[in-house]
Design a binder for this molecule. Structure first.
Ligand SMILES: Nc1ncnc2c1ncn2[C@@H]1O[C@H](COP(=O)(O)OP(=O)(O)OP(=O)(O)O)[C@@H](O)[C@H]1O
Ligand SMILES: [Mg+2]
Length: 506
């Protein structure tokens, strides 16, 4: 007696279809699971036996072999319980169910309840692409799977419910598809109107938000760097459905989505502490999980007290900041997670914090100052498009009764500039200037002779690298977009250069 059902394994965000073959032969009781399963897969036997016995069916005490194919792919976790149980019931002819084009997933409790799983959105999407038409999974995961169009989602609460439904033809009911809509949520904790003064910093943040550029804020203690960074979510362009689904996939793997409202509807704002480990920041571990840089995908990664992060953690940011994905190596091969984030870093100019302040003396020695500055390596600084100094706000500005410009007004300008970019880069499948690849730069950014002269002079004087050159071009493009100018003019290039002059130093 032979049966075959289908399930899936996840490698990073990529699902792979797994065939579960069950063979039941006469003979003394033996229950073997082959196909590179880990301890959780082996323990599945006990859960499956109890769940079947507690679900109005009989467990057949014969010679049972379960094969999880492809045999070379390591299988981890308890998600194979439900497909194995259904396979055994099919092979022992206790249920009527056509397993073709159906994917089964779920961990079983001893009672036969199906428990929640992580990474369902990626699996459902992968199953649809592989030609599957139905997916049977735990009730708590069903809303998430239902976000994927063109695949029927069948929520299963218990094994008994599945058995009962399979006894009556067509009594399985798929969830109704709902239209996925994102209503912008305008409730923010911090608003730019509460930040007094700081015109240059606000302008720089507006440009950064419009083109998804990285930015470094350097300034004396209490000058408002953290406040400015925390106000950024309120000026970000609204999120598209595609972006939202991309983020939800990552949050799903990390087990961070809500069962009732699984879609992530806001751009993430991640603010890891400087004591975070390298793995927490970039991802990895025995069962690889996305790190903070992936959880910040399509949103903000805010690293406050930038130099206090460990050198190795900061250096690990180099590759993802360039490629927008992070590659994690493990004994069983490499895997990748998306990490297209906008970095906002904040730091003091020196250890004591007062270098450059007109009213207070810096007490750092020359060598202490250089030691502090050296904590941020050249290659990291080179990847930060805007580097600005945030001065202390003047007392009279601070006590002014007038509110500054509201975040909503700034956000509208940012949104207009972002819409221009989305339209321009439609064919490239990107949405912001910061994502523009070098090979496409020439096509979208052409400079006049005056702009070229300005840029080449600046490059020589500031000893900027080739990477900086291309980053300044992208930044100039964003500034032009904020002015709704199809051409990148000399003034745009000049403004872009002005955010590079300090180079993080005072
Ligand atoms: N421009 C400003 N407008 C209004 N309030 C401000 C401004 N700058 C600072 N503040 C007030 O000062 C507090 C401290 O600011 P913040 O924590 O942002 O400083 P910081 O630059 O991050 O300092 P540190 O270098 O010590 O981390 C804020 O919570 C806010 O109340
Ligand atoms: Mg701060």
């Amino acid at each position: 007696m032979l049966a075959k059902v289908y399930t899936a394994a996840l490698i990073g965000l990529n699902p792979q279809i797994v065939e579960v073959e069950i063979d039941i032969q006469k003979g003394l009781f033996k229950f073997n699971i082959v196909g590179l399963g880990d301890k959780a897969v082996q323990e599945s036997k006990e859960r499956v036996i109890s769940a079947i016995k507690n679900s109005t069916c009989d467990f057949v005490y014969k010679k049972i072999t379960v094969n999880l194919a492809p045999g070379g792919l390591p299988k981890t976790g308890p998600t194979y319980d439900f497909p194995i149980a259904v396979g055994i019931l099919l092979a022992s002819k206790q249920i009527h169910f056509n397993p073709d084009k159906s994917l089964l997933l779920g961990e079983l409790s001893l009672e036969g309840n199906l428990r929640n799983l992580n990474g369902i959105l990626s699996i459902a999407d992968g199953a649809k692409n592989e030609g599957f038409e139905n997916i049977f999974l735990p009730y708590s995961n069903s809303k998430e799977a239902n976000l994927i169009k063109n695949i029927k989602v069948f929520p299963v609460k218990t094994l008994s419910q599945f058995i009962t439904n399979s006894s009556y033809k067509n009594s399985f009911k798929p969830l109704e598809k709902e239209e996925v809509k994102i209503v912008p949520d305008k409730n923010y904790l911090y608003d730019m109107k509460h930040v007094q003064g700081q015109k240059v910093a606000k302008r720089a943040l507006e440009i950064a938000a419009a083109g998804a550029h990285n930015i470094l804020l350097t300034g004396t203690p209490g000058s408002g760097k953290t406040l400015l960074a925390k106000s950024i979510p309120s000026i970000l362009p609204s999120i598209t459905i595609t972006e939202s689904l991309e983020i939800t996939r990552i949050y799903s793997i990390a087990g961070l989505v809500s069962h009732n409202n699984p879609l992530v509807r806001k751009r993430p704002f991640r603010n890891p502490h400087h004591t975070s480990s390298d793995v927490a920041l970039v991802g990895g571990g025995t069962f690889p999980k996305p790190g903070e840089i992936s959880l910040a995908h399509r949103g903000i990664l805010f690293l406050d007290e930038f130099p206090e992060f460990s050198r190795s953690a900061l250096e690990a940011l180099r590759q993802p900041m360039e490629d927008n994905i992070v590659t994690i190596s493990r004994a069983l091969g490499t895997l990748q997670f998306p990490a297209n984030f906008m970095l906002i870093a904040a730091m003091n100019p020196c250890k004591c914090g007062w270098k450059g302040d007109p009213d207070r003396e810096c007490t750092c020695t020359q060598s202490e100052y250089f030691k502090y500055q050296r904590k941020i390596s050249g290659p990291i600084l080179d990847r930060i498009d805007l580097q600005i100094y945030v001065p202390k706000v003047k007392y009279k500005n601070l006590i002014s009764d007038k509110d500054s410009e509201s975040s909503e007004k700034i956000r509208q300008r940012v949104q207009k500039a972002r819409n221009i970019q989305i339209k321009r880069y439609k064919a490239l499948n990107i949405v912001a200037n910061a994502e523009l690849r070098q090979k496409d730069l020439k096509k979208f950014i052409t400079l006049g002779t005056r702009s070229k002269d300005l840029l080449s002079n600046a490059l020589e004087k500031l000893h900027l690298s080739a990477r900086s050159y291309f980053r300044i071009l992208r930044l100039s493009r964003t500034i032009a977009d904020l002015y709704n100018s199809s051409k990148v003019k000399r003034t745009h290039v000049a403004e872009a250069l002005s955010y590079r002059l300090t180079n993080g130093n005072v």
